[in-house]
Design a protein around this ligand. Structure first.
Ligand SMILES: [Zn+2]
Length: 271
């Protein structure tokens, strides 16, 4: 990050001196073609991350994610994909200095419903200087959150502004999928450099059968405790009876756990 000097913008990539355009906050370097973001006080580098997944591969990742354990059974087979888009999503990228562990903080540079986007892992070395001529500009979502706003959010979230040693604007490739399941629409994003799936909401397993099983377990163990005590006091007296009751209890708990575990297994498989 460099400062503006004498009404010239020095390109952070090639060192070329560009005139400051009268309007806007984005500039294409006249020497090397790098995209540069600037405002009153700073020049911020512009990076792009290459896409490694085509649409089919991204959809394959989405289906595998849908088949995972946290989602409703057979979601991968029953979800109907209604639309898919490929685009580069803009993120503000802040990095603390080495003394503070080279930590990376991300803030979306435009609004998104998928807040998980902030937790994306950007592999070191994957950021390339963004040159407009190498890309189809219609695939880029325009950043409309200004640098200062993003930086303020970061500071509000508890990161000291003094720690930030490096700031950049990074364009990250995504496939966004819309799908319907049981009449409801959902969205999920596949990050196209790593293939990771990001989503805030999805058709989850119903918790009702698990709650019922939990209730049943409590009832079963309570009933057995009472049963053990009654039996124990029928055969013995006082402390001996209590001890017999305890022994009987342990045995019955163990016996009851077996069918309950089997039931839990089938409930988990079914929903
Ligand atoms: Zn340049």
């Amino acid at each position: 990050m460099e400062t503006l000097t004498q009404n010239k913008i020095v390109c952070p990539q090639c060192g070329g001196e560009n005139d400051i355009p009268a309007d806007g906050k984005f500039l294409e370097c006249g020497f090397c073609g790098s995209a540069i973001y600037f405002d009153k006080s700073k020049i911020v580098n512009h990076f792009v991350i290459a896409s490694n997944f085509n649409e089919q591969q991204a959809e394959g990742n989405l289906r595998r994610w849908m088949a995972g354990n946290f989602h409703v059974k057979d979601l991968d087979k029953n979800a109907v994909i209604s639309a898919k888009y490929f685009y580069y999503f803009p993120l503000w990228y802040f990095k603390s200095d080495a003394a503070h562990g080279d930590k990376i903080y991300l803030q979306p540079a435009t609004s998104t419903s998928v807040s998980e986007i902030k937790s994306i892992k950007i592999p070191a070395g994957s950021m390339k200087a963004f040159q407009k001529k190498d890309f189809d500009s219609s695939q880029f979502v325009n950043p409309d959150v200004l640098y200062d706003s993003a930086r303020n959010w970061l500071v509000e979230s508890g990161v000291s502004a003094d720690l930030i040693a490096e700031s950049s604007l990074v364009h990250i490739p995504f496939y966004q999928f819309y799908y319907t399941y049981n009449g409801q629409q959902y969205t999920a994003m596949v990050e196209a450099s790593s293939g990771m799936v990001y989503a805030n909401v999805w058709p989850a397993k119903s918790e009702v059968p698990f709650r019922m099983l939990f209730g049943l377990s409590i009832f079963a163990f309570l009933a057995m405790s009472i049963f053990s005590l009654i039996i124990a006091f029928m055969v013995g007296e006082g402390k001996t009876a209590l001890l017999t009751g305890e022994m009987l209890n342990i045995f019955l708990y163990g016996a009851a756990a077996i069918p309950l575990v089997i039931m839990a297994y089938f409930v988990a498989k079914k929903v």
